[in-house]
Design a protein around this ligand. Structure first.
Ligand SMILES: NC(=O)c1ccc[n+]([C@@H]2O[C@H](COP(=O)([O-])OP(=O)(O)OC[C@H]3O[C@@H](n4cnc5c(N)ncnc54)[C@H](OP(=O)(O)O)[C@@H]3O)[C@@H](O)[C@H]2O)c1
Length: 330
């Protein structure tokens, strides 16, 4: 019987309590595919879940980690065979189904994405849910007509995981990317990964947001919500596409119908958790080819499984930069 380590989130006295435990395969949630985990990652959602700062876990106890990559150990589904490199992200993983912070994971075959040519277990986790979400946002904005000739694309929360990958892949695809950040000290980093211009949130006047401001952005990737999202909506160009992804600042969004009915702006909602498998496989293939980031090494910090808990605080306090990869067995 294989015994392995897992970082498991319990509920104790009404609060989340996370710690390493020893487990056996038959204790994991069911599924057709057993994966030997090579790498996982730390998304904003993982930090909320493991610390209990957000009500993310829907079933206690649960192994954390919404992302994982690794190799198939065994599969009762003929689509996968032992040794195949695979990715599994979101669905219920790390939320109500044992996740990627464990040396082994067992998931339904319908949640497993074959590793696309051009990525490996490490680079797939530098991307992780954050990278997949950025790729999905670009694909959805393009579907609404976004192309480089239409004008600049703003990315906020730009030094974060979704933001960093979005800056990199948009710049690689030929877009003029303006990175909006709270971190003046990371200007060089943002320019290195592809931003043509860096704007500081402290420079914005968010006290007086008009229904329609100066037409500026052909596209926008919003990770923050709240006032920044309201300001972006009011400054979209005619025919622009605005992807709403996150709520790192606020879940509120105050706007008027003006940008949508007088400028034809498309508000594109991005939901990485429920993306259909066909969409998922296409986005991962693009992240391995025409949207492949060029600066993964600049945005990645790798931590050992033992040091996992040390990174949650920085992410919750918006001090982290880029993507955090967790080396499980990789
Ligand atoms: N819709 C989906 O399917 C989906 C998928 C993945 C993530 N998300 C959401 O997208 C957001 C970004 O995720 P992530 O993994 O990239 O997180 P992250 O790595 O923690 O980055 C978030 C970034 O947002 C900025 N920020 C954080 N707190 C802020 C605050 N209170 N006020 C203003 N700016 C703040 C910071 O960037 P700067 O300092 O550079 O401004 C921070 O680095 C989160 O809300 C996450 O839950 C949604």
């Amino acid at each position: 019987m294989t015994t392995f380590r897992a970082y498991r989130i319990f509920e104790e006295d009404g609060k989340a309590a996370s710690r390493f435990v020893d487990m056996q395969l038959d204790e994991l949630d069911p599924g057709e595919v057993v994966i030997k985990v090579a790498y996982s990652s730390v998304n904003f959602k993982d930090a909320l879940a493991a610390t209990g700062a957000g009500k993310i876990i829907r079933r206690f106890p649960c192994n954390g980690g919404i992302d994982l990559s690794g190799t198939v150990e065994k599969s009762s589904d003929p689509r996968f065979k032992s040794g195949d490199a695979v990715i599994a992200t979101s669905y219920d993983i790390g939320v109500s189904h044992d996740g990627g912070y464990a040396e082994y994971c067992r998931v339904p075959a319908n949640w497993v994405v074959p590793m696309p040519a051009g990525l490996d277990t490490y680079s797939a986790m530098v991307l992780g849910t954050a990278g997949f979400t950025a790729g999905l946002a670009v694909a959805r904005m393009e579907h609404e007509g976004l192309e480089p000739a239409k004008g600049p694309v703003i990315v906020d929360g730009a030094t974060g995981g979704v933001g960093s990958v979005a800056v990199d892949i948009l710049a690689g695809a030929g877009y003029n990317v303006v990175a909006l950040t709270g971190k003046a000290a990371e200007t060089d980093y943002l320019k290195k990964i592809g931003a043509a211009e860096v704007m500081l949130r402290s420079e914005l006047d968010l006290a007086k947001i008009r229904p329609l401001g100066k037409e500026t952005w052909a596209g926008a990737v919003d990770n923050l919500g709240g006032d920044v999202l309201s300001w972006i909506a009011s400054t979209m160009k005619t025919g622009g596409a605005l992807a709403s992804i996150g709520l790192a600042a606020s879940h509120e969004f105050k706007t008027t119908v003006m940008p949508f009915i007088l400028r034809g702006v498309s508000l594109v909602g991005i939901d990485s958790v429920n993306a259909a498998m066909e969409v998922r496989e296409n986005v991962w293939k693009r992240l391995a080819s025409d949207l492949k980031p060029r600066h993964l090494d600049d945005m990645a910090t790798t931590v050992s499984f033992d040091d996992l808990a040390s990174v949650f605080g920085n992410i919750l306090e918006a001090k982290a930069k880029g993507r955090t990869v967790v080396k499980i067995g990789g």
